[in-house]
Design a protein around this ligand. Structure first.
Ligand SMILES: [Zn+2]
Length: 327
């Protein structure tokens, strides 16, 4: 099962994080006391889209229980097959949401003849609406048809027009805590400390965390990065190895960044979070070498490395320079 599969099939009760917020949303949706337009805010990969889908299923289910939807009634079956006539989804596959698409969705929202008088439109990554699309949508957001609910989702709401943002009820999602993702990690066979290290590497994103947990190669990759940072050995050879990771450079940088920030915040003498004892030994040695003022120099060098890597630089030389700051 891929991570999208896990996320999509989650029942309301199984969602991770933001429990209080989810509960109040469900209560409002079940009672029909909703706002007409919502803006779900918060960083990528923390469950805004998944929550919106599970919320609709739990609110419309004909025989709901304390876990959310039943998964079997006609409403649940139609939602699971993406053929429910009262729900429209705009997922994040297209780069831009064009005005024609907004016109078509607006017509659908105003369509007469819905037996239950309700309909919901979910728009993921709503900032993909270009200015024309946003302006076209404005009037409907201001005065939606009776019974309609529009949920816009965005990790980058600053890209939405202020007039759009001001018409929406804002719902802010927070990244999960370590305790909240612990059941996922336990199911994956990881202990608490490894969980902490992985959540940091995932930068708080549940989606990234799920991907890491299922990616067998990730751990070999991580082990190699940590080993080479802790003991660069031959700079030329190690710099060359990092330069060869060009295809996965964002992952390399995310990992290094999470390791450095973890080490920087560590009180002297305490142990860094690690996925296994071997990694802990390597990171502890690195932490001891880097404590105090030198850590800031290393962070400066890291910022420089990232900056240069975005230009047409010699990547191997850039990494060699960064590795020099580590010894
Ligand atoms: Zn149901």
């Amino acid at each position: 099962m891929n991570h999208a599969g896990i996320a999509e099939s989650m029942r309301f009760k199984d969602l991770i994080g933001n429990a209080g917020l989810r509960k109040s949303l469900l209560t409002a949706f079940r009672a029909g006391r909703t706002h007409s337009t919502y803006l779900f805010l918060g960083k990528d990969g923390i469950g805004k889209w998944t929550t919106a889908r599970a919320l609709v299923a739990a609110a419309w289910c004909e025989q709901p229980d304390e876990n959310g939807d039943c998964g079997q009634c006609p409403s649940c079956v139609k939602l699971a097959q993406d053929v429910h006539p009262e729900l429209r989804l705009v997922d994040a596959t297209e780069r831009i949401i064009k005005i024609d698409q907004i016109r078509e969705l607006t017509e659908w929202l105003w369509l007469k003849g819905f037996s239950t008088g309700r309909r919901i439109l979910l728009v993921d990554a709503a900032e993909r609406m270009n200015p024309q699309s946003q302006n076209c949508f404005l009037k409907t957001l201001e005065e939606p048809p009776p019974g309609a609910v529009i949920i816009l989702i965005s990790a980058n709401p600053g890209a939405l027009l202020p007039t759009i943002r001001s018409r929406c009820q804002k719902v802010r999602f927070l990244p999960p805590t370590h305790a909240e993702v612990m059941p996922l990690l336990v199911a994956g066979g990881f202990h608490a400390e490894a969980g902490q290290a992985l959540l940091q590497a995932a930068d708080g994103s549940i989606r990234t965390l799920l991907r890491l947990l299922e990616d067998k190669q990730y751990f070999a990759f991580r082990r190699e990065v940590v080993r080479r940072l802790a003991e660069p050995g031959d700079f030329f050879e190690t710099g060359k190895w990092f330069a060869e990771q060009k295809e996965v450079l964002p992952e390399v940088f995310t990992l290094i960044s999470s390791l450095l920030h973890d080490l920087m915040g560590l009180p002297y003498g305490s142990q860094p979070a690690a996925v296994d004892p071997e990694e802990r030994t390597a990171l502890t040695a690195l932490a001891q070498r880097l404590h105090g003022r030198r850590m800031l120099e290393v962070l400066d060098e890291f910022v420089e490395l990232r900056k240069r890597s975005a230009t047409n630089c010699n990547l191997q030389l850039c990494f060699e320079r960064f590795l020099l700051a580590l010894v």
